[in-house]
Each structure stands twice: as structure tokens, then as C-alpha cells.
Design a protein around this ligand. Structure first.
Ligand SMILES: CC(C)(CO)[C@@H](O)C(=O)NCCC(=O)N/C=C\S
Length: 202
């Protein structure tokens, strides 16, 4: 039994082939406040999926980790899970465990990292090792002025060309009181798209 199975909270292997493993990535956008709602609504899918979360350091500013009912991995976990060559490599274990990955929200900084193959934390390393036969959805969320910057569409295009699925931001009053495009897609829309992908996997 690998060390991983005991103390790192990855659920045991699936009870049946219909059970799916959903990996959520959260980054440093204020839209990460929606993580509890996203987990709750994904848990209502039938059959109930296994959910794990990878949180970047900045994302944890926006939610209380203790109030999330599933395992939330952080960069610290990567280093604590590995000390000798016998130990599992967390980002490889997570990419193997997942059937689908949703990065919600994808902030401007992590978008740029993924569009350029940077892998300087658990989340970006997991994506860098991603199996492109598995769906990866990204939900951009940023200030309108960032969204409208010409570099954003270049990077979104690159992510789409890599095979990832864009769940576009919507127009809303944003955290800085601007109104414009940049708010993360509604959780219900994200969950509906995930449901669709999971059903295609049966
Ligand atoms: C925060 C939330 C989810 C409230 O409905 C919505 O505004 C949103 O996704 N905002 C993300 C973009 C943003 O606000 N950026 C920060 C500075 S403008």
C-alpha cells in the first residue's frame, strides 16, 4: 500500500467503473470564494464523483481550507509526501488519479504559466504532466482590464490549441466594482459542462 493511500487522503480505488475522479484546481482570483459551492454542486452529480482539490498558495487567501469537505492539496503536501525515492510524486499521482480536471478559477498569472509550460508549483506541475486524452477545463477569472489586455486572447488560444477546454468568463460587477467581462462562469454552468464530460466517459 503506497504511503499516499494512507495519509494523503486520496480515496481508495474506485468502487466501480462509473465512479469518476474529479480534480479541481484553484488559483489566486477572488472567484476562489466559490470553491465550497463548486464542491457542493459537483457532489450532487450521480454517481457521486470523488473530488480532490489542488490549491495554489494565493488561492487559499479566498477560502477556509477547513470548511472544504474534501482533501485540499497545497505545495507543502508535495514536499511532505516525498523524502526518498520510494515515495510517490504527488503531481504524478494526482494526474493519474484524475479522470477530469477543472481549473476554476484560472487567474491571469496561472493562465500565463500554463500557456508557457511553466511548472513552479503543485497545480502547474500536475497540468504540465497532464494526460491530454483526459478533459481539462479552465475557467478564467480576472479584472476586465486584464481580460481585455491583448496578451490574454493569445494565451487562451494557446491553451485551446493544447486541447484544454475554455469555460469563458462572464460580465458581472467585479471585486473592484468595475462592471465588465472577467467574472468566472457561474458554478451551475461549470458543473453542467463537467456532467456532460463525465457522461461521455461511461
Ligand atoms: C468574485 C465574483 C465571483 C463575485 O461574483 C466575481 O466578481 C468574479 O468572478 N470575479 C473575478 C474577477 C475579479 O473580480 N477580479 C478582481 C478584481 S476586479
Amino acid at each position: 500500500e503506497s504511503k499516499m493511500a494512507e495519509d494523503d487522503g486520496l480515496p481508495p480505488n474506485k468502487r466501480n467503473k462509473f465512479e469518476k475522479n474529479v480534480l479541481i484546481g484553484v488559483t489566486g482570483s477572488v472567484a476562489s470564494i466559490k470553491l465550497p459551492k463548486l464542491v457542493d454542486e459537483l457532489h450532487r452529480l450521480q454517481p457521486k464523483p470523488n473530488i480532490q482539490v489542488i490549491a495554489t498558495e494565493h488561492s487559499m487567501h479566498f477560502f477556509d481550507r477547513d470548511k472544504i469537505p474534501v482533501k485540499v492539496f497545497s505545495d507543502k503536501d508535495e514536499w511532505e509526501a516525498w523524502s526518498t525515492m520510494q515515495d510517490p510524486v504527488l503531481h504524478i499521482e494526482l494526474r493519474r488519479w484524475a479522470d477530469i480536471m477543472i481549473i476554476a478559477p484560472l487567474d491571469a498569472n496561472t493562465m500565463a504559466k500554463l500557456a508557457n509550460g511553466l511548472c513552479d508549483n503543485l497545480l502547474t506541475c500536475t497540468v504540465r504532466a497532464w494526460d491530454l486524452k483526459k478533459p481539462l477545463l479552465f475557467c478564467p477569472a480576472m479584472n476586465t482590464l486584464m481580460w481585455e489586455h491583448p496578451i490574454t486572447s493569445e494565451q487562451v488560444e494557446r491553451l485551446i490549441n493544447l486541447g484544454y477546454t475554455n469555460v469563458p468568463p462572464i460580465k458581472k460587477t467585479l471585486a473592484c466594482k468595475d462592471t465588465g467581462i472577467g467574472a468566472m462562469a457561474e458554478v451551475t454552468s461549470i458543473v453542467a459542462i463537467v456532467k456532460d464530460h463525465l457522461e461521455k466517459m461511461k
